[in-house]
Write a protein that binds this ligand. Structure first.
Ligand code: MOS
Length: 760
């Protein structure tokens, strides 16, 4: 019997409840299988209902008006024409909005990144151009939009800071993340830079970017007395329910947020003002409300990535060993939001260096709050860092892969913590062979007709995270099937498919006996579909609930069973029941145990232990990103011709959904490299391209063949051995493209996006 591969691991005794059990028994072998999305048919048939698709009796449609000035007071509102327009039932402004408290976005972090620390339609103050200042409710969307166009506002404006340069000139402050200053120096980097035989020292810039998920931000809300139900598009249902309850001063159990399907999140599908405003308008009108932001609305009120200016300096010895690594710079933030784009994160873990310094300063601009956007920090931080490494490799005449591998750290370069698992070298070697890296020539040496061709490479990186608060409920039925409930999220990543596989393998059940339910704040757990950590969080929650299940089942089984006398540590899920780990013949099915106990079902809940694994171990994923570009010598047009991502992210649970995650990240990275840029008019303090016609993202014709491969080496300290893959795909791409453009043309472009005008 091919089963129960017993892999002995050092117990992580510092984790209460024992080790994370990374290598669960593979008796059904679902983990690692390319299972197609279980929710695929529902989506193809249009049967998967998204937030703006819940028809409720008596529902009204909302349209939001946005301020046209940056800062000041609303001195006059003329709503008469709007109120008299056909179908209109309510115009809500600060004059009649119900009381809403300012509360944190995230339950566990009072001053969380992405939070907007401002009263919501409670006074006449305006803080950014685009701030919601009125909500119109009408019988149809068209009527609401029309009435909104009839609203007239007058303002008393005040001075504001809308240019990054002016904001910097006014003085910067040290940025913070999680209460820690983003500033540190180990050793004397200035001295090392002065003494080193080789060095680079350059400034890089990355622009403001906006979220553009396919699904617009939307919610359908209904009050039943003092109880609120929000059908949301959310990557944090439990946090949102908590925040909404405190916003309206009602008990937490009086708010239910559900979000079974999300059409893309990327960090943007959190709690913004539209959910609060919809709930407030529904309360005022006594009717259910559907509020779907227009694409422009998403640009006005949903934050994106803030602009950065970064300096990277590296000093190296003649053999390539780093003596100094410096990453400093400035990120623009709004005064009412505590999150700087933390571009210095990669330098904290990727390379060993004799001395190390990072320093992120923030400058305050009166804009919409910025927020999480796929790999906040790493996405643009790796552009600067990995461009600089490439520049150093050119300077030294060294292969950029060898230069990187020369500086692989043996422990965490900042904390000295032992590394849980890391095989960047294998990712590079496998990727280089597959991509044909040896074909790369000197800069500007390869030409096909009008096209200069070049190859570039860069390191991708993202940490393993697991947030506290994970929990799961398991209901084992008499027929041996299990239902697992976790307030988790499916935003298109493949969560529900991959975790059905995980649960099936852990319990020893076929896939069709597993019902994984998620996306409802009434379910257990306070999980975010963010930080590429949902897989670890769900995984450990399932481990915890399964442990409870085994304990209860052994009690119920009693002594009249082949399992008699065994402890929970000695048994595992196998073949529709429990079996002794090293003696699978000692087995009793779940159905048999429940039948003998005369139970129809057994319900247990488990709480995941605190994430101590990431305090003890340095846990990071890496990737080697290979890019081939063509640059047209006549027009400057840049085409990405080939791309390969070679990843070391722990174990891959489902190759099909994982490949899609990696590819999606790389495509978003190609957009970051070549297209994405929020045009911000610094005179007006206003976003000028709030539409997909003018804000460019890659379309099908821009996306070349993208190959993805991985090492598939389990991380012994992550649940299932999997470190999470949601964000890493975008990291390193900007530099891989820029480095390829340098190799093609000999031109080094240090500010994103790399548009053709910068090459002409
Ligand atoms: Mo991710 S930017 O934490 O959704």
């Amino acid at each position: 019997m091919a089963m129960m591969k017993a892999v002995q691991l050092a117990p992580d005794s510092f984790i209460p409840g024992g080790r994370p059990d990374p290598l669960i028994r593979e008796q059904h072998g679902n983990i690692g299988k390319s299972l197609s999305r279980l929710d695929g048919p529902l989506k193809v048939r249009g049967a998967a209902r998204f937030a703006a698709e819940f028809p409720l009796d008596g529902m009204l449609y909302a349209s939001v008006a946005f301020s046209g000035v940056v800062k000041g007071r609303i001195s006059r509102i003329d709503a008469a024409a709007a109120e008299a327009a056909p179908g209109v039932t309510l115009v809500m402004t600060h004059l009649n909005a119900p009381k809403m408290a300012v509360v944190p976005l995230i339950k566990t972090q009072p001053k969380a990144a992405g939070n907007i620390d401002l009263p919501i339609m409670q006074d006449d103050r305006v803080h950014w151009s685009g701030q919601p200042i009125a909500v119109v409710l009408a019988r149809t969307q068209e009527q609401a939009d029309h009435a909104k166009s009839l609203l007239r506002f007058e303002y008393e404006t005040e001075a504001s800071v809308t240019s990054f340069a002016e904001a910097k000139a006014k003085g910067t402050q040290t940025g913070q993340a999680g209460g820690r200053p983003l500033k540190m120096e180990r050793g004397d980097t200035d001295k090392a830079l002065a003494a080193a035989p080789y060095k680079v020292d350059s400034i890089y810039a990355t622009p403001r970017q906006n979220h553009n998920a396919i699904e617009l931000h939307a919610c359908t809300v209904a009050w039943d007395g003092d109880t609120l139900h929000v059908h949301d598009a959310s990557q944090l249902v439990a946090h949102s329910a908590w925040s909404l309850a405190h916003t309206f001063g009602i008990a937490e159990e009086q708010v239910r947020v559900t979000s079974p399907f999300v059409g893309g999140g990327f960090g943007g599908k959190c709690l913004w003002w539209h959910q609060m405003l919809a709930a407030a308008a529904a309360k005022l009108s006594g009717r259910p409300v559907r509020l779907m932001l227009s694409r422009e609305g998403v640009y006005r009120i949903v934050g994106g990535r803030g602009p950065t200016e970064q300096r990277v300096a590296i000093a190296a010895q003649a053999d390539g060993t780093f003596d100094a690594l410096v990453h400093t710079g400035t990120a623009a933030v709004s005064p009412h939001n505590p999150m700087p784009e933390p571009f210095i994160l990669p330098v904290m873990s990727v390379y060993a260096s004799g001395s190390l310094k990072f320093d992120l300063e923030v400058a305050y601009v009166d804009t919409l709050a910025n927020t999480f956007m796929r790999a906040p920090g790493e996405a643009v931080g790796t552009f600067a860092l990995e461009s600089a490494i490439d520049e150093l490799a050119v300077e030294m005449g060294m292969d950029p892969i060898e230069l990187r591998l020369k500086n692989e750290p043996e422990t965490n370069p900042l904390t000295g913590a032992p590394i849980s698992q890391r095989d960047t070298e294998k990712a590079y070697r496998d990727g280089a062979e597959r991509f044909g890296w040896s074909q790369r020539g000197a800069p500007g040496s390869r030409r096909e007709g009008e096209w200069q061709i070049g190859m570039g490479v860069a390191t991708a990186t993202y940490p393993y995270y697991r947030e506290p608060g994970g929990a799961a409920r398991m209901t084992l039925a008499r027929d041996g099937g299990v239902t697992v409930e976790i307030a988790a999220h499916e935003m298109g990543m493949g969560t529900m498919t991959a975790h059905t596989q995980v649960i099936a393998d852990r319990l020893g059940l076929p896939l069709d006996k597993v019902d994984f339910r998620y996306g409802d704040s009434f379910q257990p757990g306070v999980v975010r579909g963010a930080g590429a950590q949902q897989t670890a969080s769900i995984g450990f929650s399932v481990i915890a609930a399964h442990r409870e299940l085994v304990v209860e089942l052994l009690k119920l089984a009693g002594n009249d069973t082949p399992l008699a006398g065994l402890t929970a540590d000695e048994v595992g899920g196998f073949n529709g029941g429990l079996a002794k780990l090293d003696e699978p013949g000692r087995h009793e099915s779940y159905a048999s145990i429940l039948a003998r106990a005369q139970l129809d079902e057994l319900v247990v809940e488990g709480i995941a232990p605190p994430p101590l694994e990431s305090q003890h171990w340095s846990m990071h994923s890496h990737g080697a990103m290979f890019c081939e570009v063509g640059v047209n010598v006549v027009t400057g047009e840049i085409r990405v011709r080939r791309f390969l991502g070679s990843f070391d992210c722990g174990r891959i649970l489902n190759p099909k959904t994982a490949a899609s995650q990696f590819r999606g990240g790389i495509i978003m990275g190609i957009g970051l490299a070549l297209m994405e840029e929020t045009q911000f008019d610094e005179r007006l303090g206003r976003i000028m391209n709030p539409s997909l016609a003018e804000y460019h993202i890659p379309v099908h014709m821009d996306v070349p063949e993208i190959e993805v491969i991985w090492t598939d080496i389990p991380d012994p300290h992550a649940p299932m051995g999997a470190r999470g893959i949601g964000e890493i795909g975008i990291t390193g791409v900007g530099a891989a493209v820029a480095n390829a453009i340098f190799n093609a043309t000999g031109r080094r472009i240090r500010d994103l996006p790399i548009t053709l005008d910068k090459l002409l």
